[in-house]
Design a binder for this molecule. Structure first.
Ligand code: XUL
Length: 529
């Protein structure tokens, strides 16, 4: 019998499945269902329900449940041997919250396979819709909680992040303030991850330390609900939250609903789910301290792994639990691909190959020329007013401006990840622009470490499947090493390694100081908290 594990991913726009065969070290099945297309009756656009207030972004927990039903039906139809799956875990879009009343636990315990999941879940919600991570309507609540916790630095130290509009604590506070009766009717609050795990296991599932850290409610070091954060958020909150758990905790055997309806093995185990970013950390193989992934996409994202919890005193970066039991960081730089594109187009450079040639034709350090490419308001560092700033850089010099934007993007990552106190040992580059070697050479030189390309499709769902394999091995009494669990699934593209040039690296050790001074000059003085 093959050793099959299933990883699911309930993301913003779709639900996906990845099945891995651990003996063959192979992904044997992948499938995605797009919510807008597969379930148009919910009326979502890109997975979000329409709302007159552009700051409000909600989705439908019933749609997520129906999508899960549909996905299992598809897997059965496609001939996946569901009976051979040993364990299932999952990944959920982070921060989104689901509000259940006191009928939920009973309904989950006796899901009837003659009915659909949606029919089974009728009447269990104390709030029909779920705020998701794209919601930014809780600025007031963020300020209130942050103030009670003692400011940005203290909030980040306690919970791993400053308060953010999308984080669950501020969302819960808004619900309590605006709909106190419905809040009162709420017996249990779930994250997308724990809600989906609850459906699979047929009981209220714990929240893992990875996703729990995205709530502004968990003590990031002790990994328990933080009493001050709970008090700052809403009354009686502790009673409404499920327990926290390690990411490899088994919730229980899969609910008989899935056994009878789709032929799952009654002994298949359901693990806690985690957030999509913690799952991606596993799906990208970032299992040791100092392993970093940089995704060069619409925004550039820096995923780091660290053993000892450090937090960002400026409150710009996030610390979550890593599913390995260590910590991970997520630092998001908004001016990524679009900013690169803006510079490329401004100088009439037709394609990325020519852009790369401009990088190669210019010297590392750009003769001291620096560009701050804040085409849009920036997340890290916090910049509310977009603006392009040039220092010792000739605006008319196309090649120097191409080099300047890439150097700036790499230097800002180096500068604003220093609070982790872990220098990267190797970087996995992913996302569209990771195809361009000249960009990766600048990355290697600025970061002074090797860069390798990685191309993992569905990293969050794969990470969830690998977590399922790990958790299953733990419960059989083995002490699986993460290196062994991910081996063969998360290898970088062969021959893709780009090594730093020592001379260039020395140039950037100096230039980064000038870059930091330029940022200080361009930024408004930090707000007092
Ligand atoms: C992370 C975040 C997003 C969502 C996307 O803090 O808000 O990455 O997890 O699904």
């Amino acid at each position: 019998m093959a050793k099959l594990f299933l990883g699911l991913d309930s993301s913003t726009q779709s639900v996906s499945a990845v099945v891995i065969d651990c003996d063959r070290r192979k992904v044997v099945y992948e499938k995605s269902l797009n919510f807008d297309k597969a379930l148009p009756q919910y009326g979502t656009q890109n997975g979000v329900l329409p709302h007159p207030d552009p700051l409000v972004k909600h989705s439908s927990p019933l749609m997520w449940a129906e999508a899960l039903d549909r996905l299992f039906a598809e897997m059965k139809k496609d001939g996946v041997v569901l009976g051979e799956i040993l364990a299932i875990s999952g990944s959920g879009q982070q921060h989104g919250s689901i509000y259940l009343n006191d009928r939920a636990a009973g309904a989950l315990a006796k899901l009837n396979p003659q009915k659909t999941l949606v029919e089974n879940l009728h009447g269990i919600f104390s709030r029909p819709t779920s705020p998701i991570w794209m919601d930014s309507s809780t600025a007031a609540e963020c300020a209130e909680i942050r103030k009670k916790l003692g400011g940005i630095k203290a909030t980040a130290q306690l919970t791993g992040s400053d308060t953010f509009e999308r984080f669950t604590g501020p969302q819960i506070r808004k619900f309590y303030k605006t709909e106190p009766d419905a809040y009162d009717q709420t017996a249990s609050i779930a994250l997308v991850s724990s809600f989906m795990a609850s459906l699979l296991a047929g009981k209220i599932a714990p929240i893992d330390h990875g996703d729990g850290a995205g709530m502004n409610l968990m003590d990031i070091r002790k990994k328990v609900w933080h009493p001050n954060a709970l008090n700052a958020t809403a009354p009686d909150l502790k009673k409404k939250l499920p327990p926290l758990a390690e990411s490899w905790k088994i919730v229980g055997a899969v609910s008989p609903y899935f056994v009878k309806k789709f032929g799952l093995n009654p002994e298949a185990q359901t693990l806690v789910w985690s957030g999509d970013n913690p799952c991606s950390v596993i799906g990208l193989g970032l299992i040791r301290e100092g392993m970093v992934a940089i995704s060069l996409g619409t925004s550039d994202t820096y995923f780091g792994s660290m053993k000892k919890c450090q937090t960002d005193e400026h409150g710009e970066g996030h610390v979550f639990g890593s599913p390995t039991g260590d910590y991970m960081t997520l630092i998001c730089f908004k001016n990524g691909s679009l900013a690169r594109e803006k510079i490329r187009d401004a100088y009439g450079i037709r394609d990325w190959k020519k852009f790369g040639a401009a990088l190669t034709a210019t010297p590392p350090g750009n003769n001291g020329g620096i560009l701050l490419p804040w085409f849009e308001a920036e997340i890290v560092p916090r910049v509310n007013q977009p603006g392009i700033h040039r220092f010792d850089l000739d605006e008319k010099d196309a090649a120097a401006n191409c080099r300047a934007i890439v150097e700036a993007q790499m230097m800002t990552m180096r500068l604003h990840s220093q609070w982790m106190k872990v220098a990267p040992g190797c970087i996995y580059a992913t996302g569209g622009a990771s195809q361009d070697s000249p960009i990766l050479q600048v990355m290697a030189d600025v970061m002074n470490c090797p860069v390798l390309r990685i191309e993992v499709s569905k990293s969050a769902a794969l990470g969830a499947a690998l977590r399922a394999a790990h958790g299953w091995l733990v419960q059989t009494g083995e002490k699986p090493k993460w290196e062994q669990v991910v081996a063969g699934f998360t290898d970088p593209v062969s021959n893709s390694e780009i090594r730093p040039n020592p001379k260039a690296a020395r140039v950037y050790d100096q230039l980064i100081k000038k870059y930091a001074a330029c940022e200080r000059k361009a930024l408004p003085p930090p707000a007092k908290t």
